[in-house]
Ligand binder design. Sequence first.
Ligand code: HEM
Length: 123
Amino acid sequence: MDLLTNSTHLHIFSWVVGIIVFLIAATQPLDSKGRKILKMVLRVFYILIIGTGLALFIKYMSGDAALYGVKFLFGILTIGMMEMVLARQAKHKPAQLFWILFAISVLITVGLGFHLPFGIKLF
Ligand code: HEM
């Protein structure tokens, strides 16, 4: 699947749009139509994020299996935290802890992504 693995563009597109959709969905009133639709769109982006990430993972992981494994884990964890925020809000329970965990996991995931050798390597 050269389209998915010749560059990280599709992966970056997927998580940037996914996170924006998540942030908008999380600030919509509960039970609003907009929130429902955005949550459905968000799930499509989860599939895109995981699909594009998995394709890169399979192709490049042998370079540093441990670190690629951690990137994979934190990528999934980030998605998990987004779902936790939305689920806690829907149940009218405090979501603050999961906002913090989301922020931490996004920072680690993006940091690892830009540290790993393929695509953009910032440090
Ligand atoms: C919201 C979740 C995610 C975020 C914010 C994220 C972020 C990033 C970033 C910033 C990069 C670097 C792109 C570049 O260097 O050009 C990257 C690359 C990558 N991501 Fe993700 N990612 C996420 C989810 C995932 C998932 C779920 C997987 C695995 C299934 C994954 C696997 C990878 C792989 C293998 C790379 C290539 C690493 C390299 O540069 O060598 N990512 N990601």
